[in-house]
Design a binder for this molecule. Sequence first.
Ligand SMILES: Nc1ncnc2c1ncn2[C@@H]1O[C@H](COP(=O)(O)OP(=O)(O)O)[C@@H](O)[C@H]1O
Ligand SMILES: [Mg+2]
Length: 387
Amino acid sequence: MRILFYTGKGGVGKTSVAAATALRCAQLGYRTIVLSTDAAHSLGDSLGVDLRAEPLLVAPNLWAQEINALHELESSWGQVQEYLRDLLAWQGVETIAQGELSVIPGTEELFSLLQIKRHHDEGLYDVMVVDAAPTGETLRLLSLPDIMRWWIARLFPIARALLKVVRPVARRVTDMPIADDDVLASAQKAIDALVDVRNILTDQQVTTARIVMNLEKMVIREAQRSLTYLSLFGYAVDAVVVNRILPADVDGHFAAWRAMQQEYAPQVEELFAPLPLLKAPHYNREVIGPAQLAPMAEALFGNQDPAAFLYRGPTQRVERTAKGFDLIVPLPFASEDQVHLAQNADELLISVGWHRHRIVLPQSLARLQAQDAYFEDEALRVVFAKA
Ligand SMILES: Nc1ncnc2c1ncn2[C@@H]1O[C@H](COP(=O)(O)OP(=O)(O)O)[C@@H](O)[C@H]1O
Ligand SMILES: [Mg+2]
C-alpha cells in the first residue's frame, strides 16, 4: 500500500488537495481511499457527498470516509484519557516537557489515526490519501507513543502490582493514581496501536508527507517548521504543494497580492529545493466536487503519477567513523541553538523547540557516549565515541 499524507497550516487547502489527489489516483486505476484525521471535517464538503464513518464508494475506484467516534471503545477512552492525564500530572510537570500533558488525543483524533492502521493491515486499497490536521497537532498526536511508552513501561507495572496486592489500601499507601485493570488494558492497547500507526507513517517505503502552503510569509514559515519537525520524527517528505497562486490577469486589490506572491515564489523554490513543488492556481470559486477537483489535480500533477515517490531525501542513519559512529538526523531549517541533546543509557533525546524525539539507540551506539554534535548540510551529526 502507498500512503500520501497531506499536512500544513489551517485553511491552506489541505483537504482540497488531498481530495484532488485521491480522485486522480482513482482515475489512474488505483483502488483509493481518502480519509481525514482533522477533527474539522470538510472532506465530505470537498467531495460534494455526505460521508459516513465507514468507507463509502464516491466515484469509480474511490472510497472516502469521515471518522466519527461512535465506536464501542469510545466510552472507555474517556476514562483512559482521564487516567493518563492524572498519571502524567502525578509525575510532576517539571519532569515532563512543556506540552506533553496536552498530547493525549481526543477520541476522534485517536480513532481516525487507528483507521490508518486498519486500512494498512486489511490491504483492500492500493493508495490511502490522508487529509491530516495541521502539522503541530498531527505531530503531537504521533509523538504520544514516544512519550507514553517510557512512563507506561515504568508506571503500569507499579500500578498493576498495587492494584493486586493492596487494592483496598492503595490510595492510602501512595497517592499515585490507580486505575482499574480494564482502563490500564485499554490504555496499553491504544498506545500499542498508535506505535503501529507511527511505524506505518515513518516507513519510507510506504508513506511520504506533503506540506501544503500558500505564498504568504507566515504560511511559508510554518511550512519550514513543519519540515524540520517532520524530519525530526523521521517522516519522509517528498513534495511541497503551493496552492492558491494568483493568475496574471487579476487587477485592483488582487494585483497587489499577486505582486507579493511573485516575490515569495522564487524564495520558496530556493528554500525548499531539492524538494519538488506542486502548484495549483487560485481558482475563481471554491473547489468543490469532482468537476472542480479534476482541474486542480491536473494543475498539481500534469502527467505525473500522484502515488509516485516524488523525491527521496536523506534519512536518519548511522555512519562508522575512525573513533566510533555518527548518528545523522536530517533537520532542514533548524539551527544549532534550537537543538538540545541528552543521552540516557540507550536513548537519545533530541529537542527542537518544544518538540522532543526519543530515539532508541541501535546497539552499536548504546555502548558509546554522545561526545559532540554539530550541523552539516542541514543535518545534525551526533558524534559517538567511547567514554
Ligand atoms: N486553489 C484554490 N482556489 C480557490 N479556492 C480554494 C483553493 N484551494 C482551496 N480552496 C477553498 O478554500 C477553502 C479551504 O480549503 P480547504 O481545502 O478546506 O483547506 P484546509 O483543509 O487546509 O483547511 C475551501 O472552501 C476550498 O474550496
Ligand atoms: Mg481541511
